[in-house]
Design a protein around this ligand. Structure first.
Ligand SMILES: *[C@@H]1O[C@H](CO)[C@@H](O)[C@H](O)[C@H]1NC(C)=O
Ligand SMILES: *[C@@H]1O[C@H](CO)[C@@H](O)[C@H](O)[C@H]1NC(C)=O
Length: 360
């Protein structure tokens, strides 16, 4: 799993990777890096954002996404960095229709597959509109507004969208994420499971299985990346941490979610309640109340754990994955504004309210 690293942290990341190189070999298994295999039967809302810019007939997985409305998937804005111009346009393509067509024809969305590839472009769902969050700034590398919506050419009437956590009931004075440091959330992704994720050695493994992993929600003060001012606005970002498991390239845009009813559901409920400041239970108005999406994976860094024995090369103590995500409830108004234009909603007999999990 991972991240498109912004230029400034790239240097840092590479230095860390080099330091970690010898630690990476032999001490870990391949995988999302310690994540668990998952299938789209378990998480039908999970989607692959793929690009046909590289091979045309084949659509290469570039990011992870989630179905949030019958005709819309949500992902990270930075996933579209092959078209940096998008971040400057404020979603206004007037006079730039040819450019928009080129952008749209470059991407597809894939549902129901357990592996990131190979997938034929002809079998993937076409894209009719891409909306990136206007204030998003790729150069800053911040997870703030790292949100994008991808409107599908064909409604997905087979899969229930994952509900997004609504902020409507969150008391302003209520606790925030940073006060619930032990709460766990999960993320899904088809991202890079090869060594390159945590070491500079790239292995030839073009296709990756869908995996799921957990993160602890923590204060952004705990993240090295957040030490630089402006990188992590706790009103808009979630800070996530775990050890010896990592999200890697291709996991960006993946849903950060809580599971409401399965085993571990109570913990997830606690997360949701803690965020909203709600004392009572959670009631799901819409369909698909089992999962709730709270964030969108944006970026991350792999850092060696402190080795007090003074030998950073042994890696006995493993590594720490520090990640940031855009905090979904912080963007609710923006999300509603665009998603309510999804023509598939009416066909599915749904309204935009059904897409959000409202906390009473
Ligand atoms: C995904 O994996 C599940 C469980 O093994 C299997 O039932 C399903 O057919 C797989 N889907 C695809 C598209 O291969
Ligand atoms: C979260 O923190 C708790 C307490 O330190 C720890 O036991 C657990 O393994 C952590 N979970 C993850 C996903 O890192």
């Amino acid at each position: 799993m991972f991240v498109v690293e912004p230029p400034s942290s790239c240097v840092l990341l590479m230095a860390i990777l080099v330091a970690l190189a010898s630690a990476a070999r032999g001490t870990r298994e391949l995988g999302i890096y310690g994540g668990d295999r998952a299938t789209t039967e378990d998480y039908p809302f999970a989607a692959i954002l793929c690009s046909r810019m590289y091979s045309g007939d084949w659509c290469d997985a570039i990011c992870t996404a989630s179905l949030v409305s019958p005709g819309v998937v949500m992902t990270a804005a930075h996933c579209f960095n092959d078209f940096m111009g998008l971040f400057e346009l404020d979603n206004n393509f007037q006079g730039r229709e040819a450019y928009e067509r080129r952008v749209l024809s470059s991407y597809r969305v894939i549902f129901g597959e357990n592996a990131s590839g190979p997938h034929l472009t002809s079998k993937a769902v076409g894209v009719k509109k891409i909306v990136v969050a206007e204030p998003f700034s790729f150069e800053e590398g911040s997870s703030s507004w790292d949100v994008a919506l991808v409107f599908l050419e064909d409604c997905n009437d087979e899969v229930e969208p994952i509900q997004m956590l609504s902020t409507s009931s969150s008391a302003e004075s209520g606790p925030t994420w940073q006060q619930t440091p032990w709460s766990e959330v999960k993320i899904l992704g088809w991202g890079d499971s090869e060594d390159f994720c945590v070491s500079p050695y790239r292995m030839m493994d073009y296709h990756d299985p869908l995996q799921v992993m957990s993160y602890n929600v923590t204060s952004c003060d705990d993240l090295a990346w957040c030490e630089e001012e402006g990188n992590c606005d706790e009103q808009k970002a979630m800070c996530l941490v775990t050890t010896n498991v990592a999200s890697c390239g291709g996991d960006s845009g993946g849903p950060v979610f809580a599971e409401l009813s399965a085993a571990g559901g109570e913990e997830a409920l606690r997360v949701v309640e803690a965020f909203s400041g709600a004392a009572g239970g959670v009631s799901s108005r819409g369909r698909g109340g089992r999962f709730v999406q709270v964030g969108i994976l944006s970026g991350g860094e792999i850092l060696p754990l402190e080795n007090h024995a003074g030998d950073p090369g042994t890696g006995e103590e493993g590594f720490r994955d520090e990640a940031t995500a855009a905090l979904v409830p912080a963007y609710e108004d923006w999300l509603r504004k665009y998603i309510q234009t999804d023509e598939c909603l009416e066909k599915a007999g749904m309204t935009v309210d059904d897409l959000f999990l409202d906390l009473d």
